[in-house]
Design a protein around this ligand. Structure first.
Ligand code: HEM
Length: 204
């Protein structure tokens, strides 16, 4: 019998799935606006712009909810780097590269006190405390261009903001693919996905 521990409170699950849906919508509408032939767009251009704007504003609001939730509840403790992070990252990477194939036990077993392994922790902190804030902030600046400080950067401000926005969007797309792949490494390939619905993580 596998042991189950409660790791994902209701608010985290609600935030996570709304965040996932919004990010997917933003990625598809963003790609459609950036790469499609205007004559044959993946999504009609005016719809893509409209959906991207609405989803972007909702993502910024949901991020605020995530941030406040982590400040006010114990979930925030999982988003702080502890001492020895570099060595721990190397240990975890070695496990994913070799140990896991030899049937070794994970070097950082999941507990209520520490629900992420070092690689998860690192990627979640970077994506949630750097990438999402930057994509949301640059998106808001593109949405309200009149608020940008043209005097300092000259007319380049819009261009620089746009480049930051697209690069962050690209990082989020890559994160998503890697994230979903690593989520399949659980007790069974689907058990981690189930835990984000039930709240309970299944341990080996
Ligand atoms: C279809 C898309 C997605 C799927 C299927 C998915 C799946 C999952 C699963 C199964 C977990 C629990 C296992 C774990 O903690 O590693 C998880 C956690 C997490 N995911 Fe995702 N995810 C998706 C999109 C995203 C996106 C777009 C982001 C951020 C931009 C994200 C950020 C996170 C974070 C930060 C956690 C940890 C939450 C916490 O417990 O505090 N996910 N995801």
């Amino acid at each position: 019998m596998s042991e189950k521990i409660y790791l994902y409170p209701v608010w985290v699950r609600f935030w996570h799935w709304s965040n996932a849906i919004l990010c997917l919508l933003l990625i598809f509408t963003g790609i459609s606006m950036q790469y499609s032939d205007p004559a044959y767009p993946m999504i009609r251009f005016d719809w893509a712009v409209y959906l991207h704007d609405i989803a972007g504003i909702l993502l910024a609001v949901s991020y605020l909810g995530f941030f406040i939730g982590n400040v006010l509840t114990p979930n925030g403790k999982h988003y702080i780097f502890r001492k020895g992070i570099v060595n721990n990252l190397i240990k975890q990477a070695k496990y994913y590269s070799f140990g896991i194939f030899k049937g070794e036990k994970p070097p950082f077993p999941i507990t209520e006190e520490s629900k992420f392994n070092p690689l998860q922790k690192f990627s979640y902190i970077v994506i949630m405390h750097l990438t999402i804030p930057l994509v949301a902030l640059s998106g808001l600046m593109l949405f309200f261009p009149e608020l940008m400080i043209f005097e300092i950067f000259g007319s380049k401000a819009l261009h620089i903001t746009d480049i930051i926005h697209v690069i962050m969007g690209f990082f989020i797309s890559v994160f998503l693919i890697v994230h979903i792949y690593f989520c399949t490494i659980g007790c069974t390939p689907t058990s981690n996905f189930k835990s984000m619905f039930t709240g309970f993580h299944e341990k080996h």
